[in-house]
Design a protein around this ligand. Sequence first.
Ligand code: ADP
Ligand code: ASP
Ligand code: MG
Length: 874
Amino acid sequence: MSAVSPMQDAAPGGWIVLKFGGTSVSRRHRWDTIGKLAKQRAEQTGSRVLVVVSALSGVTNELTAIAEGAADGAARVAALEQRHRDFLADLELDADAVLGERLAALRGLLDDPRAATRPLDWQAEVLGQGELLSSTLGAAYLRAQGLDMGWTDARDWLDALPPQPNQSEWSRRLSVNCQWQADDAWRARFAAQPTRLLITQGFIARHTEGGTAILGRGGSDTSAAYFGALLGAGRVEIWTDVPGMFSANPREVPDARLLNRLGYAEAQEITTTGAKVLHPRSIKPCRDSGVPMAILDTERPELPGTSIDRSAATVPGVKAISRRNGVVLVSVEDIGMWQQVGYLAEVFALFRRHGLSVDMIGTSQTNVTVSLDPSENLLSENVLAALAADLEKIGRVKVIVPCAAITLVGRGMRSLLHRLSDVFSSFGHERVHMISQSSNDLNLTFVIDEADADGLLPELHAALIDSGAMPVLEKDVFGPRWRELDGAVRPRPLPWWHGERGRLLRMAQAGTPRYVYHLPTVRERARALKSVAAVDHRYYAIKANPHPAVLRALVEEGFGLECVSLGELHHVFAALPQLDPKRVLFTPSFAPVDEYAQAFALGVTVTLDNVEALRRWPEVFRGRQLWLRIDLGHGDGHHQKVNTGGKDSKFGLSAQRVDEFVDAARALGTTITGLHAHLGSGVENMGHWRQMCDELAGFARRIGTVSTLDIGGGLPIPYSADDEPFDVAAWAAGLAEVRAVHPAFELVIEPGRYLVAEAGVLLARATQVIEKDGVRRVGLDAGMNALARPALYDAWHDVANLERLDEAADGVFDVVGPICESSDVFGRHRHLPAATAPGEVMLIADAGAYGHAMASTYNQRALPDEDVIDGAAD
Ligand code: ADP
Ligand code: ASP
Ligand code: MG
């Protein structure tokens, strides 16, 4: 990690500003950390240290309710007093001696005559109490610990800027900006304070008319930045409850990456568009006065955090995805004066009149739509109603609320559009009200209904990484995942082939390309699924890998087999002549009708997915029992092409036509005994499974004859080092809950990939190693004809040089095949030993599913051979 040393820029004799947020000041041991850090910084740099603190966590919320006139204001004040008294007891301090006066002042505000009408100056005073309390108790505690810590009132140093002409009354008092260009007199006066260490409040400043002004929610960061700029500090450190700024809110996206180092402009954009970790107004003062910033974790001060400074490397690509809730869209339709000079000015004049600052703008022939950001505006119903009434005079007004603005942030957004197709398709499920691309080429924003945004960010984040739009391999910028730092990553165990190198090399002697399947791995995966108690029956989807040895191993492990064609049925019974047909499912799609007839004759369980077949060939289905495959109207999966639900999917009976199917079946004396749905491949979200079971069970109850729910397959495997193994235990726990809700039905699964993908490798020999225009390519004697997944789905497969497995991967290669297609590429920028040479045996990992099964003789290249390893390693 390329963290900047915390001391790097601090000038001896100057200042360092440390800001601690709400959670950082709410526990005793964190105050110990604050004291330690303040002392350390002062000693290591020779600087003086200014500590800026927020209120204890949750306190500003309470004060906001009181300021807004909550009916139980007195009770809330009493609870706040108790909270602080309890904390002082924990700190072993005398509450009356330390906070007596401040608590009296807080109570006094309720008795103040202004409390009746709640003018903004009174509200500001109420809001400011939290920081006054926390800084006072903190100073007392640190002094009790032997630190020479001075206390100062921020309102003596930070001056709110004079009101701007178009500013609302609210923001003139409760969301102010401050003056941050200091003169020498100011600095001298500040420096004249006697102690080397000082503590002050965030969030509050002096109003131009006297009294308290507030910097807006989360504004303590900005207080620290103002002090940093005013003091010409060596550094401003923001200490909080996460170890830095991440590529998304880590609480919503556990796979979010730490951003090691950023420039001011990108950091600004990330905070403006919603990353609450830093107040958006805090960057400009530091940027303009050249003060570096850092974001650090009070609970884990040893972690390097995020540095924001002028000399951070510029790497093109998406750095973060952020989300703002509570966004209001105001759209004005049928504007009568379209194309008249100044019509936009007329529209915006009305926003100005209501003191509203506009965020994004979209215009068309007849419509102007703007978004309003809740953190910059007081978006009360009154304000919006008054605005709407005025806008009605210009055109038809629609206010859409609450919306979420989801923003991709990073330099060079325009040149990334071609990589964003999966991102766009993730939004395809939702109604997008507005798309806005900033003129500084730093952001792309989608506005959707707030309810639709839940669960979307992890999906978008993954799509950004998969598409390469978020360049997470750039170590200057991107660090570890949140989950890794949190110790919650389950590492992928070393693949089996590391222990079978000798045997694999010998097998390669017999000819390449060659697939090798490791049956112990197949059995291991089968046993993992057998441990999922909520599932009653398991079928292996043989299309993934129909090798007879694989089928036999899985049948021995208690699996039934699922086939999608008559050819597969014949193949299964040829490989396993004794197999009970009851252990075989037939789930075809658009198959010729005689395949259904023959399947019934074989005695296997047939699944049908349309009414038309029942009507056209009644004799085939009359009196039979069958399962019905339903399209629940939504799909998911690792790639658009493996989504198997929704209008664009060819699979399954539309949920709207279930009743029609049931009637047609009944007329034929056909009984529906099972229901089947399949969401797609690589579905990791338990919510999808739960929803699917609920929906299937709903249909099953309506139909009445159904005893089995088949929830398909789609279990993912970790293809890249970044993926984690599928958490079978968590899935089992989730399914157990689902099962408990629907005890009447037996659950069936039919995984394919999960059982066999990791068990298979493709061995190929390097043919040529060629350098062209700075790109080094290693060619293999296997191409997309042997393994189609990379060309077909942009799938990732690890590639290794089996002959140099122990050597450092110190070369970078594109790994390509011999097929005359430009998509014949197994992987780009792969790290392999630089000495990799023609003739060496290379291994493509995780090729056991949809490898040989999809192989072709394209370009008249022979199909790869297949081998099996059973038993222990040699
Ligand atoms: P403090 O009270 O210390 O000021 P905040 O709650 O204001 O802390 O900010 C920290 C929180 O910001 C984190 O707990 C996290 O949930 C949230 N957050 C949102 N977006 C991001 C992001 N991109 N990176 C890190 N944290 C983020
Ligand atoms: N205490 C204030 C708030 O909660 C300021 C801050 O924490 O930054 O908004
Ligand atoms: Mg904050």
